[in-house]
Design a binder for this molecule. Structure first.
Ligand code: PMP
Length: 351
C-alpha cells in the first residue's frame, strides 16, 4: 500500500509552516498594517505595494476549470523548476535518500538532487527512448523516494509508452513525477486525467512552453490534496508574484490566442519534419510530441552546431547526452526562423 506520509521527511511532517496575519483574517481588510508594506504606493508605473495572495486562489480557480481538477490539487511554483526542487526536498533527507532518473532527460532533476545532497540513480532509456522492462523492474524494486518520468521527454521529444508508466505508478512505492512540460504539443491525454487512480502521481506542467510565458516563471504541479498541502507547507510564502498572478489570469482568459499559437507551432514542427530529412547532413529526425525536434547529423553534429552559432542561430548541442550521440535539439520557431534554420543547414551541406 502506498502511504504518502512515509515518504515525507520527518522534520517537514513535524514543522510549522510560515504564517502571515492575512492567513487568519477573513473578510475585507481596510487598514493593512500587518506586513510592513508601503501603504503610500509603489515606485515605478504600476502598483505592487501589497504582498500577493500566497495561495494564488484566483489563478487556481481558473486553472482548476481548465484542467478538470480541484483547486486543492494544484501547486504553483516559480517555474516547474521550483516544483522539482521542492519535491526532492519534501521527500529526501540530504545525505541519506535517493531519487531515480531516466536518461537522457531534463537536466534539472540531477541539479536538484546534487543541490540537496541527494543520491541519484540513473536507469537509461532504450535506444528508442522508452522504459525497458528491466528499468521498470528496477524501479519497482527500488526504495528510492521519487522517480522523474519526463513525457514528452526532453531532449528526445517522444512520449513514454503509457503502459510502462502505468506499471510504474501501480508498483513503485515512491512518488512518480510525470513531467509534462510539453504536454500541450502531445497527441495523448495528460496524466492529470488519472490523478484519482494513483495517489503517488504528481504531474508537472508549465506556462513556459505552449502558453509562451517562459519569462513569467510559472509552473504547475497537480497531485492529491494531501501532497499539494505538503508542497504549500514548504514553499516560500510569496513564491508567485502579483505581476505573475495577474498575467497568468489574463493569459487564461485568452484561450483562443493560446490555441492559435499551439496550432502554429504544431504546423512549424510538421514543416521542419518535412524539410529537414531532405538536407544532406541530416541523418535522422526523431519523432516528436513536443515543440522541438531531436536531429542526428552526420558526420559531425558539433561542427554543425558551431556553424549555426556563427550564423547567429542558437540550438542545443545534445551530443554528450546518453543515447544522443551526433544530435542537436532544435526548437520550433516562427515560420521565418524555421526557414532560416533549414536554409543555413542546406548551405552547410553545400560547402
Ligand atoms: N521540465 C522540462 C522537461 C523542461 O524541459 C523544462 C524547461 N526546459 C522545465 C521542466 C522547466 O520549466 P519551467 O520554465 O516551468 O521552470
Amino acid at each position: 500500500m502506498f502511504e504518502l506520509s512515509n515518504l515525507i521527511r520527518p522534520n517537514i511532517r513535524a514543522m510549522q509552516p510560515y504564517s502571515s496575519a492575512r492567513d487568519e483574517f477573513q473578510g475585507e481588510a481596510r487598514v493593512m498594517l500587518d506586513a510592513n508594506e508601503n501603504s503610500l504606493g509603489s515606485a515605478g508605473p504600476e502598483q505592487f505595494n501589497r504582498y500577493p495572495d500566497p495561495q494564488q486562489r484566483a489563478v487556481k480557480a481558473e486553472l482548476a476549470k481548465l484542467k478538470g481538477v480541484e483547486p486543492s490539487q494544484i501547486f504553483l511554483g516559480n517555474g516547474s523548476d521550483e516544483a522539482i526542487d521542492l519535491l526532492v526536498r519534501l521527500t529526501c533527507t540530504p545525505g541519506q535518500d535517493r531519487i531515480l532518473i531516466l536518461p537522457p532527460t531534463y537536466g534539472m532533476y540531477e541539479v536538484a538532487a546534487n543541490l540537496n545532497d541527494v543520491r541519484l540513480e540513473r536507469l537509461p532509456l532504450t535506444a528508442d527512448f522508452q522504459l525497458s522492462d528491466q528499468a521498470v523492474a528496477q524501479i519497482l524494486a527500488s526504495d528510492a523516494k521519487l522517480v522523474f518520468v519526463c513525457s514528452p521527454n526532453n531532449p528526445t521529444g517522444n512520449l513514454l509508452h503509457a503502459a510502462a508508466v502505468e506499471q510504474v505508478l501501480r508498483g513503485f512505492r515512491g512518488l512518480v513525477v510525470v513531467d509534462e512540460a510539453y504536454a500541450d504539443f502531445a497527441a495523448a491525454p495528460s496524466w492529470t486525467t488519472r490523478l484519482a487512480e494513483f495517489p503517488n502521481l504528481v504531474v508537472l506542467q508549465t506556462f513556459s512552453k505552449a502558453w509562451g510565458l517562459a519569462g513569467l516563471r510559472l509552473g504547475m504541479a497537480f497531485a492529491s490534496p494531501e501532497l499539494i498541502g505538503y508542497l504549500n507547507k514548504i514553499k516560500p510564502p510569496y513564491n508567485i508574484s502579483e505581476a505573475t498572478q495577474q498575467h497568468a489570469l489574463a493569459a487564461l482568459a485568452d484561450a483562443p490566442h493560446f490555441e492559435q499559437m499551439r496550432q502554429e507551432l504544431l504546423q512549424g514542427r510538421q514543416w521542419l519534419q518535412q524539410h529537414l530529412p531532405g538536407v544532406d547532413i541530416v541523418e535522422h529526425v526523431f519523432a516528436s510530441d513536443a515543440n522541438f525536434l531531436l536531429v542526428r547529423f552526420r558526420p559531425d553534429a558539433t561542427a554543425v552546431y558551431d556553424y549555426l552559432l556563427g550564423k547567429g542561430i542558437v540550438v542545443r548541442n545534445r551530443t554528450s547526452q546518453p543515447g544522443c550521440a551526433g544530435t542537436l535539439r532544435l526548437t520550433v520557431g516562427t515560420p521565418a526562423e524555421n526557414e532560416q534554420l533549414v536554409t543555413a543547414l542546406r548551405d552547410y551541406s553545400a560547402v
